[in-house]
Design a binder for this molecule. Sequence first.
Ligand code: SF4
Ligand code: SF4
Length: 100
Amino acid sequence: MSEEKIYAFPNGCTPGNPVTFDPEICNGCNLCVDACQVDVLIPNPVKGKPPLVLFPEECWYAGCCEGICPRPGAIQIHLPLPQRVRWKRKDTGEHFRVSR
Ligand code: SF4
Ligand code: SF4
């Protein structure tokens, strides 16, 4: 049996998957962890690795974590289907989304 301590692990029982990380881009700075108002994320016990999504069902999808991240593409928010609305610019008629 391994002597390695496990401090926390993602909640694998819920279907929610509010944010994901690209481990090739994320450097584990944990700015997103500090920015999350409801503590969805916790630091990875392995230094330099992406944070863990501990309470996915608590996410408000406000985007503070993605907004503060200094490394584009490191974190991605996955909005629930009902929130994937499109917006239209009045001046150009362009349709766009604020997140993925
Ligand atoms: S979207 Fe908001 S609530 Fe969800 S993990 Fe990011 S900062 Fe936390
Ligand atoms: S996703 Fe961005 S803010 Fe969060 S730990 Fe990785 S690099 Fe830092």
